[in-house]
Design a protein around this ligand. Structure first.
Ligand SMILES: [Fe+2]
Ligand SMILES: [Fe+2]
Length: 349
């Protein structure tokens, strides 16, 4: 008889914790396949779920890398809250020749009595509780539940939605999230103060508009704008560490207001998985406007002409929409004049 482990969840997004549970089911329970069952609406959760299309595509990316992982979309097809009891009944009805085990974590096992029809559920299907030994020790399991000791990966989907522990998801999922602009701008919100966050969103919007006007990749420009100040609110010592790691020592000799561009170009790669050298170059050069790559010119312009800076930049912005290169030179000249004036006022010249 074919043995299948079932793993329910919103998978918003799927992460390494889910993958570890599925791997453990194959290794420790000897199942032939693991079926991921994405839920439509989850009774005990209250955040707005990402669309089924995206959640499915992220699961598909994982299944492509794990031949024994499959997707079962019965809950998505049912236009109602996703109760496990309904799913179990449906699957047992559809697949009479499969031996199912439903995988849950120790936390879920503790809440099990709050599930719909717990006694009936235990009668219908075997449950395996996956967690580390110490979490399973103080748990009295009802008949029908077995333990599956494993070392869980400490990450939750909500942490990933908040831009934390981004290395604890499959790379293919991270790339899909970036491509589809999911969970953003939330990913950068937790890295900066509210004003800088508003500025970053505004710059991203202008970048997209400028890219559109000049027939460039709007998504790439938007990402560049959104992440351009990702390092700016980090302590200077931390910025310096990032700069030191990849740039020649001369970079740290420059004014420390410039460091966040260099640091940001490395952070987007290491933390967020943005490997596009064009984006890295644009972020690296955004403070001084030292690169003539179109995306670097765009982010420099958008950063300097952001209306949230509080002065009327509309004429210059129109010039940039019309002619990127000459607009960039104008903005650069204006920025230089402004910095010199500031220096004079501060008595440094
Ligand atoms: Fe900046
Ligand atoms: Fe900025």
């Amino acid at each position: 008889m074919k043995k299948v482990a079932l793993l329910g969840g919103s998978f918003d997004p799927v992460h390494n914790g889910h993958v570890a549970m599925a791997d453990a089911a194959i290794e420790n329970l000897g199942v032939d396949e693991v079926w991921f069952i994405p839920s439509r609406k989850t009774p005990l959760k209250n955040h707005m779920l990402t669309s089924p299309k995206h959640r499915l595509n992220m699961l598909r990316a994982v299944c492509r890398e794990h031949p024994k992982f499959k997707i079962c979309d019965v809950e998505l097809k049912r236009n109602a809250e996703s109760y496990t009891i309904d799913t179990v009944r449906q699957l047992k009805d559809l697949y009479k020749d499969i031996d199912f085990t439903w995988i849950i974590g120790a936390d879920q096992a503790r809440q099990f009595q709050a599930w719909k029809e717990p006694e009936e559920l235990l009668r219908l299907v075997r449950f395996a509780v996956a967690d580390r030994d110490e979490n399973l020790k103080n748990l009295t399991l009802p008949d029908g539940m077995v333990v599956m000791p494993m070392e869980p990966v400490e990450v939750s989907s909500s942490e990933i939605r908040d831009g934390k522990k981004l290395n604890l998801m499959p790379e293919s999922v991270r790339q899909y999230i970036l491509e589809q602009e999911l969970y953003m701008p939330k990913w950068i919100q937790c890295q900066m103060d509210p004003n800088r966050f508003a500025h970053s969103c505004s710059v991203a919007r202008l970048c997209r508009e400028l890219a559109h006007a000049h027939g460039l990749d709007e998504h790439k420009a938007w990402l560049t704008g959104l992440f351009h100040d990702i390092a700016k609110d980090l302590p200077k010592e931390e910025q310096a560490k990032w700069v030191k790691a990849v740039f020649p020592p001369s970079a740290l000799q420059e004014h420390d207001a410039i460091w966040h561009g260099y640091a940001g170009s490395e952070i987007v790669k290491r933390v967020y998985g943005i490997y596009d050298p064009v984006i890295q170059n644009a972020i690296s050069n955004h403070v001084k406007g030292t690169s003539y790559d179109p995306y670097a010119m765009i982010v420099f312009i958008a950063d300097k002409l952001d209306p949230l800076r509080g002065y009327d930049s509309s004429a210059l912005y129109q010039a940039c929409l019309h002619d990127l290169y000459n607009g960039f030179l104008l903005v650069k000249a204006e920025n230089k004049a402004y910095l010199e004036k500031e220096k004079k006022q501060n008595g440094h010249s």
